[in-house]
Design a protein around this ligand. Structure first.
Ligand SMILES: Cc1cc2nc3c(=O)[nH]c(=O)nc-3n(C[C@H](O)[C@H](O)[C@H](O)COP(=O)(O)OP(=O)(O)OC[C@H]3O[C@@H](n4cnc5c(N)ncnc54)[C@H](O)[C@@H]3O)c2cc1C
Ligand code: FES
Length: 281
């Protein structure tokens, strides 16, 4: 059982939870994630470790409220517990001194980008953060990333803040202005695909972090299968980061939609569920 230290909504559909997980806090590295179950009846969901405090033994998670488990998470209070946290899982980001690193985050993808951007800076890189959100009120972690980066460019789709542009526009401007040695892009699949398409020809190494459906997180169930470079990989044990130029994004989109019908039914059922748990029997 893992005690929750705080759980707040930072936006109407985005929660930030700080929870006890001393082992994970001690050993996690940038780019890794955990799989949690909120209670003994819960499904297992993967979430990126956005931050950790080794001394307090806590980790910080940002979660978008999209379905049953994340909605239940948003109802938990300080002092409540999560049933299990497995991790740290996945390969850490390949952090080293590359030169100039463009760290590109879109929407909730800014949360997993945060520890990577910090680690890249600590490794001696020049870090340019490019943050994208649909509008100003959906932007997260701007101050934290500004404090880390040498430069931080904010784009909003509706122009309510920063540049009225997509992150790809900001990346194009950056590439025209200076040599970019490596790109890390995390966010919606179409965004990661667009960034990878843009960096393919100038041959700028591009990491993307894939949000495949996961179940066991051990490489055994096959739920997180993706095609990379024409071969089969499992995101949980081979990823979550891959070379964006080699990912079959079309297949990823179609696999992400596999359980959409079931998720909708489950979501509706939960909204009308008995709050004292009689429906679990
Ligand atoms: C390595 C990794 C890191 C992630 N990090 C974050 C994060 O930091 N913050 C965040 O908000 N989200 C993150 N996700 C996505 C998150 O796991 C899903 O949003 C969550 O599982 C939704 O659960 P739900 O029951 O609320 O919604 P559901 O109704 O079950 O699903 C809603 C949508 O979430 C996705 N999803 C559902 N189940 C899973 C699953 N087991 N694995 C992956 N995606 C799923 C599907 O696209 C689905 O359409 C990450 C996913 C992966 C693979
Ligand atoms: S989640 Fe089961 S193989 Fe990756």
């Amino acid at each position: 059982m893992h005690t929750i230290h705080s759980n707040d909504l930072v936006q109407p559909t985005l929660g930030r939870m700080v929870v006890d997980a001393p082992y994970v806090a001690e050993y996690r590295k940038a780019g890794q994630f955990i799989i949690l179950r909120i209670d003994e009846f819960g499904e297992r969901i993967p979430l990126t470790i956005a931050d950790a405090d080794k001394d307090k033994g806590t980790i910080t998670l940002y979660y978008q409220i999209v379905g049953v488990t994340t909605r239940k998470m948003s109802l938990l209070k300080k002092g409540d517990h999560l049933q299990d946290i497995a991790g740290p899982l996945g390969h850490p980001t390949d952090v080293k001194r590359y030169g100039t690193v463009a760290c590109i985050g879109g929407g909730i993808g800014i949360a997993p980008l945060y520890p990577i951007s910090r680690a890249m800076k600590e490794a001696g890189n020049r870090v340019v953060n490019i943050l994208g959100a649909r509008s100003k009120d959906l932007l997260i972690l701007e101050d934290e990333l500004r404090a880390i980066g040498d430069e931080t460019i904010v784009c909003t789709d509706d122009g309510s803040y920063g540049k009225k542009d997509f992150v790809t526009g900001a990346l194009r401007d950056l590439m025209a202005k200076e040599k970019v040695d490596i790109v890390v892009a995390i966010g919606p699949v179409p965004m990661m695909k667009a960034v990878s398409d843009m960096t393919r020809e100038p041959a700028i190494r591009t990491f993307v972090s894939l949000n495949s459906i996961m179940v066991d997180g051990t490489g055994m169930c096959g739920g997180c299968r993706v095609t990379v470079g024409g071969g089969t990989k499992f995101t949980c044990v081979d990823g979550p980061e891959f070379n964006g130029h080699e990912v079959d994004f079309g297949e990823l989109v179609s696999r992400l939609g596999t359980y959409r019908g079931e998720e909708r039914v489950s979501d509706e059922k939960h909204k009308h569920a008995c709050r004292i748990g009689l429906d679990r029997n």
